[in-house]
Design a protein around this ligand. Structure first.
Ligand code: ADP
Length: 368
């Protein structure tokens, strides 16, 4: 019997008085197996001696009944969580999901959902099993971006079955609430809904679950960062918003829960102008910048609409990489608004290549 088989058995042991098991409470610290002997280290509260004894007895009985071990030793780890309540505050992994990737922004309208959807498709194109969860409770946009009007079904044990979108498992508040955005939802209700949305969905085995967070640092983000272990966060911003305090607040929020910030995406970062010059030409300059023209007269140049280099400056200040500068592009807007993300509908376009490059960087940074 190996470690993961033992872990599966421990998942069936409930902590007395709670409906959750000891693994989901983070109480299993270490499993050592050598031939037919097992040493299990549990992090159990020292104040609740009687419960501790019950857990140890339950665990021992379960493991003994397998007949796989001649000797079973159960030890206590130092620095244990003081109670299940305290353990419940420690961010937990989602079973079956290797990496949870949060896409956040300081404010709305910067292209966060567009990027999240395209990143999910790019990760899928690279051969990953991918899920996409729209947690934007007040303005869910994934149903539009992906052109989905279906309602999710539920399993017998009342778990939501995500919608299959080109092999990506998608779930959104919008599938359930339709156009009636519950703008009056506040505090505890939002937190409860959020938790249900990542726990009570049948995600299955995923390499990446991409989360499209609502803008800012409100209730949803707080619940999420406190309860769910996030492998990495990406912050999307535009050149003119890059120095906003909101972006910094977002970065601080992830840092507080030790969720690594993989980097910043500067979206709507200028626009590309390309063309062809007929006839003889010596040099071309646009707005004071020299532009390279190849032998056939083709040229391409990025024009800035707002401030130049803001993304790089801010990413240095926040001490996180600038992952990409995505230009303003009509095709990105059109594909997004017509429900066909560009990384799927035209995976060879320059924008798709930029986003695929980000997906590769994510793979590299989160490699097991
Ligand atoms: P957010 O999730 O930050 O509120 P959205 O992803 O909904 O923003 O994008 C807002 C609008 O901007 C959408 O209509 C989208 O198509 C458009 N958009 C996003 N990024 C770009 C871009 N780089 N070029 C052109 N339009 C874009």
């Amino acid at each position: 019997m190996n470690q993961s088989e033992v872990l599966e058995i421990l998942k069936t042991v409930q902590y007395p008085g709670f409906s959750r098991d000891i693994v989901s409470f983070g109480m299993v610290d270490n499993i050592q197996i050598k031939d037919k002997s097992l040493i299990l280290t549990l992090k159990l509260s020292t104040q609740q001696k009687d419960k501790k004894e019950v857990v140890v007895k339950l665990v021992k009985e379960k493991l003994e009944s397998t007949g796989a071990f001649d000797s079973i030793r159960i030890e206590s780890a130092e620095g244990a969580p003081t109670s299940p309540q305290a353990a419940a505050q420690i961010p937990q992994a989602l079973p079956g999901v290797k990496h949870v990737l949060a896409v956040a922004s300081g404010k709305g309208g910067v292209g966060k959902s567009t990027f999240a959807a395209n990143l999910a498709c790019a990760l899928k194109n690279l051969g990953n099993e991918v899920g996409l969860l729209d947690l934007d409770i007040y303005g869910p946009s994934l149903p539009i971006i992906l052109g989905i009007s279906e309602q999710p079904k539920t399993t017998e044990d009342r778990k939501l079955i995500p919608i299959d979108y080109n092999g990506i498992k998608v779930m959104s508040f919008g599938f359930i609430s339709g156009n009636e955005t519950p703008t009056i939802w506040r505090g505890p209700l939002v937190s409860r809904m959020t938790e249900q949305f990542f726990r009570d969905v049948e995600w299955g085995a995923l390499d990446y679950l991409v989360l499209d967070l609502p803008p800012g640092t409100g209730d949803v983000q707080l619940t999420l960062t406190q309860k769910l272990r996030i492998s990495g966060a990406i912050i999307v911003t535009t050149p003119q918003d890059i120095a906003l305090a909101d972006v910094r607040k977002g970065a601080d929020m992830f840092r507080k829960v030790q969720a690594p910030i993989l980097g910043v995406i500067e979206n709507m970062s200028g626009f590309n102008v390309s063309g062809k010059i007929e006839g003889e030409i010596h040099s071309l300059s646009i707005e004071g910048n020299n532009v390279d023209v190849d032998e056939d007269g083709n040229f391409s140049v990025r024009m800035n609409v707002f401030k130049k280099g803001g993304g790089l400056e801010e990413s240095k200040r926040l001490d996180v990489p600038l992952l990409a500068e995505i230009p303003l592009a009509q095709e990105l807007m059109e594909t997004t608004d017509s429900g066909k993300p560009i990384t799927l509908s035209n995976s060879d376009s320059p924008i798709s290549r930029i986003i695929t490059e980000v997906a590769r960087k994510v793979e590299l940074q989160l490699e097991d």
